[in-house]
Design a protein around this ligand. Sequence first.
Ligand SMILES: [Zn+2]
Length: 300
Amino acid sequence: MIRLVVLGSGASLPTLQRHNTSVALQRDGDLFLVDCGEGTQLQWRRAGLRFSKLRAVLISHLHGDHINGLIGFLQTLSLSDRTAPLDLLGPPGIRDYIRAAREHLGLRLTYKLNVGEHSDGVIYEGSDYRIACDTLDHGVATLGFALEEDARAGRFDTEAAESLGIPAGPLFGALQRGESVTLESGKVVEPSEVLGPPRAGKRVAYCVDTRPTESAVRLASGANLFLCDSTFGNDLTEEAGRRGHSTAAQAAAMAVRAGAERLLLIHISARYHDSRQLVSEAVAVFPQSRVAEDLMELSV
Ligand SMILES: [Zn+2]
């Protein structure tokens, strides 16, 4: 299961209702922070998330609303006596940013920070999942991310197992793990005889900030949950394009093309005090749309 906590859902101007866009992604015991604007570490605490479970910080791009909280966040990890290495994965330029903080801000960490600059491909490999990135269209080097689980074994067909004379118990478990088993009679049963077709792993995609673009559609392809830049409404479509963003309706159109299951509108401009306009414009294109709110939790 993948759990997601929205730490912030707003665009560049933080408000009392919406912090800068940032999310925590949890895959079993592994936690990932995606983007780190001002105040993110406090939101992390409000959400009750544990610093010790953090495996990597992913930064989409080097605009202030996505990175202004990073140095403070990294320092807090030091103050929490972290010693486990941490991956910091972002676009080209992030290494320089950290180097400058070490040089000019006296950034000293109690743990090894492995900084990786990326433009596409797999950037993190978990035990049975991975995180991939691709470059979006925002005017500066900007990454979208997708966390994808490995395909899971097919459903176990208890009736088929019983009709093959397999006793309920450990042999069921072995078959579910993909192992063939030998019955007392000497008969060998292969997993394919009792398992349905493999099921796709869960997938969550995060594409912020961006104009509508093919790479975002690819990252969101078949996603169970797609978080997408929805800075503006239809009233400001031109401005969205000019400033490298998407409207809620454009995010919805990408969700349709990607065959996504659910869309979460995020990176909402402070001018939309009432987000119902954005939701209705998105729902008109893609019914499974809703708007992110700070500290909202979702699971897929
Ligand atoms: Zn932004």
